[in-house]
Design a protein. Structure first.
Length: 196
């Protein structure tokens, strides 16, 4: 979560302390301090009915079945559409009736989903067919997809910045345990060979 992340951890992804000071320190003066949300929780509750979700935790909690959770978050950020019936004016195909507004709408532009209504087992079913662009964003569709991919990669890293180290150390620990098991097994056999 960003609230537990210190600005100086951004050096792990290649930023210098000077770049962090010049471009990212809006709410603090020290590189070693934790990141703070720009929105007040009381205001968020009044405006949106609750605090905005922590997307780093969503990426981690959706991980499983061979996926990292980044695929869910990537699709989630790409499937917002304009919905005037909602309080925020936005809805999402992946998470219907979402309370989070589309914070990247100026980049993507406004879109409407195109549904096809069919009958299945006597019930009317809406099937998603594609998007209709209502107004253009500041980015092309490809640029937006690349930007969201970069953002999701960053959010996934922020959810567990030590994952690379953990995996590297884990491989060596498993190799050590395997070797230790073989040595202990042979040592046990040597100790007990005369006892019968």
């Amino acid at each position: 979560s960003a609230s537990f992340m210190r600005y100086n951890r951004l050096t792990d992804i290649g930023l210098t302390e000077q770049q962090i000071k010049d471009n990212l320190l809006f709410t603090t003066d020290k590189v070693g301090e934790t990141m703070k949300a720009a929105i007040d929780p009381k205001q968020a509750k009044a405006w949106f009915g609750g605090n905005p979700p922590d997307l780093t935790l969503i990426a981690r909690s959706r991980a499983g079945h061979g996926g990292t959770g980044a695929d869910y978050l990537y699709t989630y950020l790409r499937t917002y559409y304009r919905d005037p019936t909602k309080a925020t004016g936005w809805n999402n195909l992946v998470f219907p009736n979402v309370g989070m507004p589309h914070v990247l709408w100026e980049l993507q532009g406004e879109r409407q989903p195109v549904f096809e209504e069919t009958m299945e087992h006597g019930h009317e079913v809406k099937a998603f067919k594609g998007w209709q662009q209502v107004s253009a964003g500041t980015m092309t569709a490809l640029q937006y997809d690349e930007a969201v991919g970069d953002l999701v990669g960053y959010l996934q890293w922020m959810g567990e910045p030590a994952q690379g180290t953990r995996v590297r150390v884990g491989v060596w620990v498993l190799l050590f345990l395997g070797l230790f098991t073989v040595i202990a097994w042979r040592l046990n056999a040597a100790f007990w060979k005369d006892v019968k």
